[in-house]
Design a protein around this ligand. Structure first.
Ligand SMILES: Cc1cc2nc3c(=O)[nH]c(=O)nc-3n(C[C@H](O)[C@H](O)[C@H](O)COP(=O)(O)OP(=O)(O)OC[C@H]3O[C@@H](n4cnc5c(N)ncnc54)[C@H](O)[C@@H]3O)c2cc1C
Ligand SMILES: C[S@@+](CC[C@H](N)C(=O)[O-])C[C@H]1O[C@@H](n2cnc3c(N)ncnc32)[C@H](O)[C@@H]1O
Length: 652
């Protein structure tokens, strides 16, 4: 795909950006900062509303048109000045034409007084690709979710309760496609009770449209030369219909913010970190003495994006998850990751066709095709085919990421404990080991990979395990030229601590974790297919059996299970009508297992999906904007399997 999705900018003589798509300015030429503060911050009374927040409370701002991020930075600055410690800001902004990082940097140089906030934004403004992209700042106090796409496509996919809106999508005359009744009704749908709205326009049709959607609107004096602008407040909340099994469990602001997370692989460590960032006290229980001893314990894991040109739920999850994980890498020591790019070889006709479709469906800065010569140059070694190159991807040492996540303030590791029993008592879950109480808390999150279904409440979770083995080979002078991860049916990574990791076998029926020579041989054959030359140098001496086996945990549809859990038997009784007619939507509350959640089944792509899944889980738990489109969150919801069981029962 050619670059049609980044903003095309022109710069005026004072260094201010102009949009070539819309022939309009990003902010007032006279005083952009002053206008932002007047129209959006004062227009939504943010100073007093931020000051009134309670510790633990989360304020949500929604914006149409992220542009240069000026409004976001000003809101963040004000939040830091006025909101009490422990309060959080979630800023959700839609942008059809994101600025490149270089343009963003140039535009933000205009505001030296914001440099304290601009720096972190630029640091994190990486891997911004279509779909939902979450960026986290200030230890989780501030989170920015960019919805990269057209506002009329993205807002209907959003699940959020917005407290204040910034309507900033260029002048209606220059951008009539955006200022539509469809937009206004989405704003009403997504508004929390009492939501307010500020916009720089005073156009009559905008005022009338917003009134018709349920906002009380008024004209007020504008900033500078602008005579009038509009402000509004939601007067009539728009009812929303969500299937009860995918509705949010009732919020529990009264409970102590204490959680137990079972399992300290990547899913558990990330869940603990996302909760701790929201002020939860987390006990992370692990049956081994320390974290990352099983699936998440390989020396090198690859940020490998297996995408679909049809933008399936899984593919959307992978693009958003990739962005989220990629932005975490700079938090690790430089030894423990490399954003060296990933080359996926077009190793047969079918893969070549698939790659052509992907190249047409995704922007070039996410992936682009290379011919064989270019691919060999990029890889630093001869490869037998061209392929797709993912320049921002790479590899990381998964235990280092787990360690960084598990070390966040508010997390306590309880190693050497293997609870397999949960009892609900007085609004708390008791976690028992060998019949003895280990810990209790109002919330428990199961992140124990395939072991999540060993509890009586969760036996129905359809989890499978698939053994995989990686092989490590000592680097040679020639192999040091390998400059990117190269994948075909397996993968090989540039050396880490003198060793290359090759992966990974799939053994579907294996129950043990002894490294196997046969699987090592499979990995070596995969390496030979990737590059005979690399294979030759790395196996000149017959390698000893050296590797590591672990289980991947997957679900029948290969999507993870992330979210609140329901009681399976009561679910079947409550929604028995669905067994007769699957189109029914009975108005009956889902029988949630109050406070019990799961984050598992990350298959062979947990490095991409587990950290973002932790944000999704925290959003379910804390009633925050979901970091993924609702349909993708539902595709990951554990209840999908209870529903399918009911509907299958009808067919049998
Ligand atoms: C060979 C191999 C290669 C892979 N390569 C890649 C790759 O290149 N890129 C990629 O993205 N992904 C890769 N993956 C997948 C990725 O490693 C997993 O998706 C990810 O590690 C899953 O994390 P997890 O936390 O869900 O599971 P795990 O890391 O397995 O963690 C589960 C934890 O729960 C603990 N536990 C279980 N039961 C209990 C209990 N009752 N009480 C306390 N603790 C308990 C376990 O001890 C374990 O520590 C690979 C996987 C394998 C096996
Ligand atoms: C005036 S600028 C926003 C300025 C911005 N808030 C800032 O702080 O710099 C308007 C933005 O809206 C975006 N936009 C315009 N039409 C859109 C649409 N239909 N969907 C999503 N974004 C759109 C533009 O690409 C542009 O970045």
């Amino acid at each position: 795909m050619t670059d049609t999705y980044h903003a095309r900018l022109a710069w005026d003589s004072r260094g201010q950006p102009l949009s070539c798509h819309f022939d309009d300015v990003y902010f007032s030429r006279e005083n952009g900062l002053g206008e932002t503060r007047h129209v959006f911050l004062a227009g939504n009374r943010l100073e007093e509303r931020f000051a009134r927040l309670q510790p633990g409370e989360c304020f949500v701002i929604g914006e149409t048109g992220f542009g240069t991020g000026l409004n976001f930075l000003c809101a963040w600055q004000l939040f830091e000045q006025k909101a009490p410690p422990g309060a959080r800001l979630q800023f959700v902004s839609v942008e059809k034409y994101p600025l490149t990082r270089a343009d963003l940097q140039q535009a933000l140089q205009l505001w030296p007084e914001l440099s304290r906030w601009t720096g972190p934004l630029l640091e994190r403004y990486l891997a911004i690709h279509p779909g939902y992209q979450r960026l986290v700042f200030a230890g989780g106090r501030i989170s920015l979710t960019l919805l990269i796409g057209d506002v009329l496509d993205e807002l209907p996919r959003l699940d959020a309760r917005v407290n204040a809106w910034f309507l900033d999508g260029f002048a209606p005359a220059k951008n009539p496609g955006m200022w539509t009744d469809a937009l206004f009704s989405q704003l009403a749908r997504l508004s929390a009770p009492g939501a307010t709205l500020g916009t720089f326009t005073s156009a009559g049709f905008v005022r009338r449209g917003l009134q018709a959607a349920g906002f009380d609107m008024q004209r007020v004096p504008g900033h500078g030369r602008k005579r009038e602008i509009l402000q509004g407040q939601l007067s009539q909340p728009a009812p929303e219909t969500i299937a009860p099994w995918y509705a949010r469990p009732p919020a529990r602001p009264d409970i102590p913010r204490e959680a137990i997370v079972v399992g300290a692989g990547l899913a558990g460590c990330a869940t603990a970190a996302s909760l701790a960032a929201r002020g939860w006290r987390v006990r992370l229980v692990e049956r081994h003495a320390y974290i990352a001893r099983e699936g998440s314990g390989n020396p090198q894991g690859v940020l490998y994006l297996k995408l679909s040109a049809h933008h399936t739920a899984l593919s959307q999850l992978v693009v958003s998850g990739f962005g989220f994980s990629r932005r975490l890498l700079p938090d690790l020591s430089g030894q423990d990751y490399s954003a060296c790019g990933v080359l996926q070889l077009a190793f047969d006709a079918r893969e070549t066709k698939r790659q052509q479709q992907l190249a047409a469906a995704f922007p070039a800065d996410l992936l682009h095709p290379l011919d064989q010569t270019q691919a060999s140059q990029q890889a630093g070694i001869p490869v037998p085919a061209g392929g797709l190159f993912f320049p921002e991807a790479g590899w990381l040492h998964p235990p280092a990421l787990c360690q960084w996540l598990a070390c966040q303030p508010g997390i306590e590791l309880l190693g050497h404990h293997e609870p397999l029993e949960l009892i609900r008592q007085h609004q708390h879950w008791q976690v028992l080991e060998h019949g003895q109480l280990l810990a209790e808390a109002p919330v428990v999150v199961l992140a124990a990979a395939e072991h999540c279904n060993r509890f009586s409440q969760t036996r129905w979770l359809p989890l499978k395990r698939i053994r995989g083995q990686i092989t490590t080979l000592a680097a040679t002078p020639a192999s040091q030229h390998l400059g990117t991860v190269v994948c075909a049916e397996g993968y090989v990574a540039p050396a880490w601590q003198g060793q290359h990791t090759l992966g990974a076998s799939f053994a579907f029926d294996a129950m043990d974790l002894q490294p196997s020579l046969t699987e090592q041989q499979d990995n070596l054959s995969r390496l030979e297919a990737i590059s005979p030359a690399l294979h030759q140098t790395l196996t000149a001496e017959p390698p000893p059996l050296r590797g590591r086996a672990a289980f991947r945990c997957t679900s029948p549809d290969y999507l993870p299970l992330v979210g609140p859990l329901a009681d399976a038997a009561t679910f079947a009784e409550t929604y028995a009508a669905l067994a007769k007619d699957a189109r029914q939507q009975p108005d009956l509350t889902c029988p949630w297992l109050d406070g019990l959640y799961v984050n598992t089944a990350h298959g062979s792509r947990g490095l991409l999906t587990a950290p973002l899944a932790a944000e999704l889980l925290a959003a379910w738990l804390d009633d925050e904007p979901l970091p993924l489109p609702r349909a993708v969150a539902e595709a990951c919801h554990p209840n999908r399997f209870l529903l399918r069981q009911l509907i299958r029962a009808r067919q049998n």
